[in-house]
Design a protein around this ligand. Structure first.
Ligand SMILES: [Zn+2]
Length: 61
């Protein structure tokens, strides 16, 4: 499993949305999370642990 940097949940790489940044591939649970990352990737790459446990996009754990 890969980690969604935006909401912190684990996502299955075979079905996740992806975004390329600095030569690395990042995985997201939804377009909402992907768009947030695409807008400000640095903001999310800086923090190791996402704050809060619930997903911003409303998907359930
Ligand atoms: Zn998410």
């Amino acid at each position: 499993m890969e980690k969604d940097l935006i909401c912190g949940m684990d996502v299955d790489p075979t079905v996740a949305l992806t975004s390329q940044y600095n030569g690395k591939t990042y995985f997201f649970c939804s377009t909402a999370c992907k768009e947030m990352f695409d807008k400000e990737p640095e903001k999310y790459l800086k923090k190791d642990e996402p704050s809060g446990g619930s997903c911003c996009c409303g998907c359930s754990f």
